[in-house]
Write a protein that binds this ligand. Structure first.
Ligand code: NAP
Length: 246
């Protein structure tokens, strides 16, 4: 399938200091996209990108970042709400309630803050563009030990469905995208978790042994295809297929 040309497209990625966000940024920069990148620690950006230290839980900072990106590059074609956290891990009965609340604040309120900033921007420029919130298969499957993460990703899916319904007619494509398994710090954290806290850990160790991951470049291509390509996905919640192996 021919990749969608991103040359000159303005793309924001939150959580772009490492992992999937940084990998997608590198791939899109190589394709000529104009990037606005943020994370709590300022991403070391590809040449030409605008990079800022912004916490997605700080709605005002995210709104100011959005204006800065648009002033620098023009209307933002694609917003990727990628910043997310996994912890706390372990049975819910052992969870620190404050840690649970932090997960939901970052993964749900943080994604909503990005959506608010982006949708206000798009409405100001006459609609259009695309919003992709990075979800997870964990939003649709219960994993023991991941109560906060599963609940927050399920919330991302429903948040995105509501936004998609609200934005019908605005010309803005709105999707939640589960990227599959990507070998990042988050995966390293998963593999380092004792089975008492995460009983499915062996499944993730096996993925590492067999190197069965989606690369950030593959995820970036699929995100751009569903967000900016000619075919609108049938459902708001999209699961990226496994990357073909040679
Ligand atoms: P990661 O390696 O832990 O990276 C997470 C990124 O989010 C970092 O850049 C981090 O940077 C940023 N971040 C965390 N909290 C933030 C906040 N409050 N404000 C702004 N940025 C913040 O995780 P990843 O594996 O790349 O995951 C990226 C996304 O993909 C997440 O939404 C995750 O749930 C989803 N996902 C990943 C996988 C996988 O297999 N890796 C599978 C399904 C879904 P700072 O620490 O500098 O803020």
């Amino acid at each position: 399938m021919t990749p969608v040309d991103v040359a000159g497209k303005v793309v924001v990625i939150t959580g772009a200091s490492r992992g999937l966000g940084a990998g997608m940024a590198a791939h899109l920069a190589a394709g000529g996209a104009l990037l606005g990148l943020c994370a709590r620690s300022e991403p070391s950006a590809p040449a030409g990108a605008l990079s800022r230290a912004v916490d997605v839980t700080d709605a005002a900072a995210l709104a100011a970042f959005t204006v800065e990106v648009a002033d620098a590059f023009g209307p933002i074609d694609l917003w990727v709400g990628n910043a997310g956290v996994l912890e706390p891990i372990g049975p819910l009965r052992d969870a620190d309630p404050a840690a649970f609340a932090t997960n939901v604040t970052v993964n749900v309120a943080g994604v909503a803050n990005g959506a608010i900033a982006y949708l206000r921007h798009r409405h100001a420029v006459g609609g259009g563009g695309a919003l992709v919130n990075i979800s997870s298969g964990a939003g649709g499957s219960p994993y023991r030990g991941w109560a906060a993460y599963c609940a927050s990703k399920a919330a991302v899916d429903m948040l995105t469905r509501v936004i998609a319904a609200e934005e019908t007619g605005s010309g803005t494509r709105v999707l939640a995208v589960a990227p599959g398994v990507v070998d990042t710090d988050m995966q390293a954290l998963i593999r380092s978790t004792p089975a008492d806290d995460f009983p499915d850990v062996e499944r993730f160790n096996e993925l590492r042994r067999t190197d069965s991951f989606n690369s950030p470049a593959w995820v970036a291509e699929q995100v751009v295809r569903v967000a900016l390509g000619p075919d609108v996905p049938d459902d708001v919640v999209v699961r990226i297929p496994d990357e073909p192996r040679d």
